[in-house]
Write a protein that binds this ligand. Structure first.
Ligand SMILES: *Cc1c(COP(=O)(O)O)cnc(C)c1O
Length: 439
C-alpha cells in the first residue's frame, strides 16, 4: 500500500475548476462537492475491489462505496460480466424483458416482505411513487416523516420540522410550495408521544408514515426496536400505511433488510442503491393487494421510459445472487465489528469523545460519548472534527464520504489486511485530531 503523503490533488483541482463551468457547483449531486471537508473533490478514474484511483494517481481505500450500492466492491467480476453481456445485446427496448422477471423473482422469492415490486430508476422515484400509491390506496392526503431521515429529493419530503411539536413542516429547499409542505408532518425520531399527538389529531387524514428504519443519512441514528414496533401498531390502528424506506438498509443489513432485522412488516418498502449493482435504479413493493393499485392494473399512475432496463436488471441480478450466500453478510458484519472495536478501544483508552454506532456493514463516527437517536442530538462541533479526520485519512489513503453526517460502508472486498491497516491509520489520525482541537 502506497502511503499518500500529502496527496496531490492538482489534476482533480483542474477538472473541478472546469466542471464548475458546466454544472452548478461543479457537481451533479451536492454532497460530492466536498463543501464540508477540505480541498477539491477527488475525480475518480477507476475502482477495483475496495480501492479507487483518482486522476492524480492516488490509490484510496474506499469506505463510501458509491454511497452504498457497491456492497461487493468496485468492478466485481460477476457484475461486470453480467453488465457486459447485457450491453452486448442492446441497452434498452422499452418493452418487458426476461431479465426484469429474473430480478423481480429473485427479490420476491427471497424477501418475505415483497409480494410484488415495480422497478424505477432512482430511490427518489421509488419513494415518490410509494407515497402516491399510499395516498391512492387509502384515499387520504397527509404524510408523516421524521426529522433526520432522508428520502430523496421528493417535493413533499424536502420538509423540516416547523416550530412546535406537531405543526406542518417548512420546506428545506427553495422551489417547494408552502402548500405542498402542508401535506407533511415532520416528527422527531425516537418519540412515541409525538406520534400519539399527530395520530390523535389527524389520524383519519394520514395516508402513510415513512421512515428509514435504520436512519443512515444524518449520521446513523439507530432506533429502539420498540419505537419501530410502536409505529407499526399506531399506523395499523389508524388505517395508515407504514412505508420502510430501505434504499440503504435493503439488502445491506441482510437480504430482507431492516424489516427482517426488526421483524416488522411494513405495508410498502422502497429500494435502490444495492439492487442496481452500481447502475441507476429504484424499486417499490410490498403487499400485492396494495401494489395492484398501480397502473395499468390500478388507478395510481406511474411510468418510466428506462424503468427495469436490461443492463440495470442484469447488474442487480448478479449482485443479489452473490448476496444470497448468507455467509457473506456474516463476514461483513464480523469485519465491521472488528474495525469498529479496534478504533473504539483506542479512543476509549485515550478518553476521546468518540463512539462508532454501527449495524451490519454500516458505521458512523459520532464525536460524542452519548447514544444519539435523533437528528437534533448531534453536536454541531463534530463537523469540524470530521473535517479534520477526513483530511488526515485522505493523506493515509482512506476515503470517507465527504460529510460528517454521512455513514461509511464496508464491502465484501475489504479484507482483513485492509481493515488492520485502516484501524492503525484511523487511530493515528484520531491522535492528531484530539491533540489539536479542544475536547
Ligand atoms: C439514497 C437514498 C434515497 C434516494 O435515492 P436516489 O437514488 O439518490 O434518488 C432515498 N432514500 C434513502 C433512504 C436513501 O438513502
Amino acid at each position: 500500500m502506497k502511503y499518500n503523503d500529502r496527496i496531490s490533488r492538482q489534476r482533480s483541482a483542474q477538472l473541478f475548476a472546469e466542471a464548475k463551468k458546466y454544472f452548478p457547483g461543479g457537481v451533479n449531486s451536492p454532497v460530492r462537492a466536498f463543501k464540508s471537508v477540505s480541498g477539491p473533490p477527488l475525480f475518480i478514474r477507476r475502482g477495483e475491489g475496495c480501492y479507487m484511483w483518482d486522476e492524480d494517481g492516488n490509490q484510496l481505500i474506499d469506505f463510501c462505496c458509491s454511497w452504498g450500492p457497491l456492497i461487493l466492491g468496485h468492478n466485481h467480476p460477476a457484475v461486470r460480466q453480467a453488465i457486459t453481456e447485457a450491453v452486448s445485446t442492446g441497452t434498452s427496448f422499452g418493452t418487458p424483458t426476461r431479465m426484469g422477471n429474473m430480478l423481480g423473482k429473485l427479490m420476491i422469492e427471497h424477501n418475505r416482505y415483497l409480494e410484488m415490486v415495480r422497478f424505477v430508476s432512482s430511490g427518489t422515484e421509488a419513494v415518490m411513487s410509494a407515497i402516491r400509491l399510499a395516498r391512492g390506496y387509502t384515499g387520504r392526503n397527509k404524510v408523516v416523516k421524521f426529522e433526520g431521515c432522508y428520502h430523496g429529493h421528493v417535493d413533499s419530503l424536502l420538509v423540516k420540522a416547523g416550530s412546535g411539536l406537531v405543526t406542518f413542516g417548512t420546506s428545506s429547499s427553495a422551489g417547494v410550495p408552502q402548500s405542498f409542505t402542508r401535506e407533511t408532518f415532520v416528527l422527531p425520531l425516537d418519540d412515541e408521544a409525538a406520534l400519539d399527538v399527530v395520530f390523535d389529531q389527524h389520524g383519519s387524514d394520514i395516508a402513510c408514515v415513512i421512515i428509514e428504519p435504520i436512519p443512515a443519512n444524518n449520521g446513523l441514528l439507530l432506533q429502539r426496536p420498540e419505537f419501530l414496533k410502536y409505529l407499526r401498531q399506531k399506523t395499523r390502528t389508524h388505517g395508515a400505511l407504514l412505508i420502510f424506506d430501505e434504499v440503504i438498509s435493503g439488502f445491506r443489513v441482510g437480504f430482507e433488510g431492516a424489516a427482517a432485522y426488526y421483524q416488522i412488516e411494513p405495508d410498502l418498502l422502497t429500494y435502490g442503491k444495492i439492487i442496481g449493482g452500481g447502475m441507476p435504479v429504484g424499486a417499490y413493493g410490498g403487499k400485492a393487494e396494495i401494489m395492484r393499485y398501480v397502473a395499468p392494473e390500478g388507478p395510481v399512475y406511474q411510468a418510466g421510459t428506462l424503468s427495469a432496463n436490461p443492463v440495470t436488471m442484469a447488474a442487480g441480478y448478479a449482485t443479489l445472487q452473490q448476496l444470497l450466500q448468507t455467509e457473506l453478510y456474516v463476514q461483513l458484519e464480523q469485519r465491521t465489528q472488528q474495525l469498529v472495536q479496534g478504533i473504539q478501544a483506542h479512543a476509549d483508552q485515550r478518553g476521546y469523545a468518540l463512539t462508532i454506532p454501527h449495524i451490519a456493514s454500516i458505521f458512523w463516527f459520532n464525536f460524542s460519548r452519548k447514544t444519539i437517536r435523533r437528528a437534533d442530538q448531534i453536536d454541531t462541533s463534530s463537523v469540524a472534527r470530521f473535517k479534520h479526520l477526513h483530511h488526515e485519512l485522505l493523506q493515509r489513503s482512506i476515503y470517507l464520504g465527504p460529510s460528517a453526517y454521512e455513514v461509511a460502508f464496508l464491502s465484501a472486498a475489504h479484507t482483513q489486511d485492509i481493515l488492520d491497516y485502516t484501524i492503525t491509520q484511523i487511530c493515528t489520525a484520531l491522535d492528531l485530531i484530539f491533540d489539536t482541537t479542544p475536547t
